[in-house]
Design a protein around this ligand. Structure first.
Ligand SMILES: NC(=O)c1ccc[n+]([C@@H]2O[C@H](COP(=O)([O-])OP(=O)(O)OC[C@H]3O[C@@H](n4cnc5c(N)ncnc54)[C@H](OP(=O)(O)O)[C@@H]3O)[C@@H](O)[C@H]2O)c1
Length: 211
């Protein structure tokens, strides 16, 4: 069965997930970080794009869990940009790097799969993860990756924390970048919950595919 896909990210009140330098910014409150820790521990896999690995070098692990109980780390890297020294390739958890047929790179410490030509076939990826027992996949960013999942019609839940400072900048990344959706293609959502978490607010939406 195809895994449920939850997108989770943190943005500023002006709708940015990082500044124009594209470096990691702490937008989440401590209360939101604890929510994300719990959410990660309930998912069997956590996915980000190569842009986030290059910009933020995250571990993508859950504090306090041994390696064998960590969610699988999944990285989209069609052009082999992820450096060999990336934290996500360490031994704290298993890692699956997803690339395309024409990319010949391999990654020490990680399994590599090639799905698609040019673009990664996200449906094939979900089928592969489902067959490996992943029932919930957490997509944490960045904006290009989240757009790819929305564009493919594969997002079930959109979860966003809104922090307490303005970032600004027309080139600053937003939760959903890519080429965007034209009028009539917009993705309809249903607001499911609103929760104050410290200095910010957490919103959860169900994605309504049929409008
Ligand atoms: N606030 C938050 O919650 C949060 C969370 C995560 C990241 N961020 C921020 O987001 C920024 C990075 O975002 P980003 O949009 O530049 O990068 P990204 O989404 O992490 O990675 C984008 C790259 O992933 C690959 N990719 C994504 N979908 C693909 C698909 N369907 N097929 C093939 N390749 C695919 C492409 O690689 P190629 O370019 O090699 O083709 C694409 O350029 C950073 O500033 C980071 O700090 C913020």
């Amino acid at each position: 069965m195809r895994p449920k896909v939850i997108v989770n990210c943190a943005m500023s009140p002006d709708g940015k997930i990082a500044g124009t330098e594209r470096r990691q910014l702490r937008i989440s409150s401590p209360e939101d970080m604890e929510r994300v820790r719990r959410l990660r521990s309930e998912c069997q896999a956590i996915l980000v794009g190569a842009g986030t690995i290059v910009a933020d070098d995250p571990h993508l692990t859950v504090k306090g869990l041994p390696p064998e109980r960590q969610p699988l780390r999944v990285i989209l890297d069609p052009r082999g940009k992820v450096p060999e020294t990336a934290m996500v390739l360490d031994a704290r958890a298993r890692t699956l790097v997803v690339t395309v047929r024409e990319c010949e790179r391999t990654y020490p410490g990680a399994e590599t799969v090639r799905l698609g030509t040019g673009r990664i076939d996200l449906e094939a990826l979900l089928a592969l993860l489902g067959a490996r027992g992943v029932s919930t996949l957490l997509v944490e960013g960045g904006g290009e990756t989240i757009y790819s999942f929305f564009r493919a019609g594969l997002v079930d839940v959109y979860s966003v924390f809104i922090g307490d400072f303005i970032i600004g900048g027309r080139e600053a990344p937003t939760p959903v970048d890519g080429e965007g959706f034209r009028t009539g293609e917009h993705i309809p959502l249903r607001l499911v919950s609103v929760e104050r978490l410290g200095a910010g607010v957490h919103l959860t939406y169900e994605v309504l595919r049929n409008g």
